[in-house]
Design a protein around this ligand. Structure first.
Ligand code: IPM
Ligand code: MG
Length: 357
């Protein structure tokens, strides 16, 4: 098979973790006889510095021409602490999501046995938790207009907008995932307060009728946030709007023990994007200490979702598990008193594991 991939490392630790994920992808492709063609492009703060735009046209064109995008992370403290900056790295990510039509962000929350002691939750609560957050990604407060300030600058506003069509496509997708899993869907909203949430609930109730086998639950977002730490095992598939999904997926990722472990897929109209859930961790940039596993697992998701290469994805996951079991892991997940390995050492272990299998 021929795989045509765009590589967007982005900022901070992005280039280091993407470097490892790319080596792993190359190794798997070589092993299974696939032809891997890849090109790099700029996104985020580094793209602003070079071109003035956080998502340059050339990057978009490359993404459109590719079969899949492997994405690192974006963001830089240089922009975070300057509220007056008119161009921000995050706009690059939003522009990419919008232009590629990536309306669904899929974030599986799974646990690794040997990391459970790292979870802020008691192990009996988290052991065996396995759910999937499906976050709407191109609507809501992130994109609603008007957004801005009043003339005197003393009032600010954002707008939350959702159309029936936008809700329908994401809720249907969530039901399809629920059908393939444990047939339980939790729709998260704030229908006691928000008009958009009431439309979400109405649409979801309509679609629920077409999936009688799936047990549908409706939860207000505050309650869902609480339930996620109280009883994470009660969830199978969660579907929610953009901002609620942003918040809940950070919560979901960290209860597994480390933010550095979870991959994600963003899918929609054009090319799908695969990226770790975590951010650009600027404090660690260039130090070779960042955990590459979420990005390596994102490469596995890419092989499976974008190319249907299940066996290849499975082998990557097996190698990642092996590295955790044997303790070849970065400092964020290394056990107390045990050696922490470098980003590149973890990547090399996984590459070797795959080539020797
Ligand atoms: C995420 C991130 C982004 C978001 C930021 C970097 C714009 O937090 O992918 O969850 O808020 O969507
Ligand atoms: Mg987020």
């Amino acid at each position: 098979m021929k795989l045509n991939i765009a590589i967007l490392p982005g900022d901070g630790i992005g280039p280091e973790i993407i470097g490892q994920a790319l080596e792993v992808t190359k190794t798997v492709c070589k092993k299974f006889g696939h032809e891997l063609i890849y090109k790099h492009a700029l996104v985020g703060a580094c793209a602003i510095d070079e071109t003035g735009s956080p998502y340059p046209d050339a990057t978009h064109e490359l993404c459109m021409q590719s079969d899949a995008v492997l994405f690192g992370a974006i963001g830089s403290p240089k922009y975070d602490n300057d509220p007056s900056a008119t161009v921000r790295p995050e706009q690059g990510l939003l522009a990419m999501r919008k232009k590629l039509g990536l309306y669904a962000n899929i974030r599986p929350v799974t646990t690794f046995k040997s990391l459970i002691h790292k979870s802020p939750l008691r192990s009996n609560l988290i052991d065996g938790a396995d759910f999937m957050c499906i976050r709407e990604l191109t609507g809501g407060l992130y994109f609603g207009r008007p957004q801005g300030r009043s003339e005197d600058g003393q009032t600010a506003y954002d707008t939350c907008v959702y159309t029936r069509e936008e809700i329908e496509r994401i809720v249907k997708l969530a039901y399809e995932y629920a059908m393939k899993r444990r047939k339980k869907l939790t729709v998260v909203d704030k229908a006691n307060i928000l008009a958009t949430s009431r439309l979400w609930r109405e649409v979801a109730q309509d679609i629920a009728k077409k999936y009688p086998e799936v047990e549908t639950d409706f939860l207000f977002v505050d309650n869902a946030a609480m339930r996620m730490i109280q009883w994470p095992k009660s969830f199978d598939v969660i579907v929610t709007e953009n901002m609620f999904g942003d918040i809940l997926t950070d919560e979901g990722s960290v209860i597994t023990g480390s933010l550095g472990m979870l991959p994600s897929a963003s899918i929609g109209v054009y090319t799908s994007v695969f990226e770790p859930i975590h951010g650009s961790y600027p404090q660690a940039a260039g130090k070779n200490i960042a955990n590459p596993l979420a990005t390596i697992l994102s490469a596995a998701m890419m092989l499976e979702y974008a190319f249907g290469l299940k066996e290849e994805a499975r082998l990557i996951r097996e190698a990642v598990n092996a590295s955790i079991e044997i303790g070849i892991v970065t400092e964020d997940i290394a056990g107390e008193g045990s050696k922490a390995y470098k980003t590149s050492e973890v990547g090399e272990y996984i590459v070797n594991y795959i080539s020797q299998k």
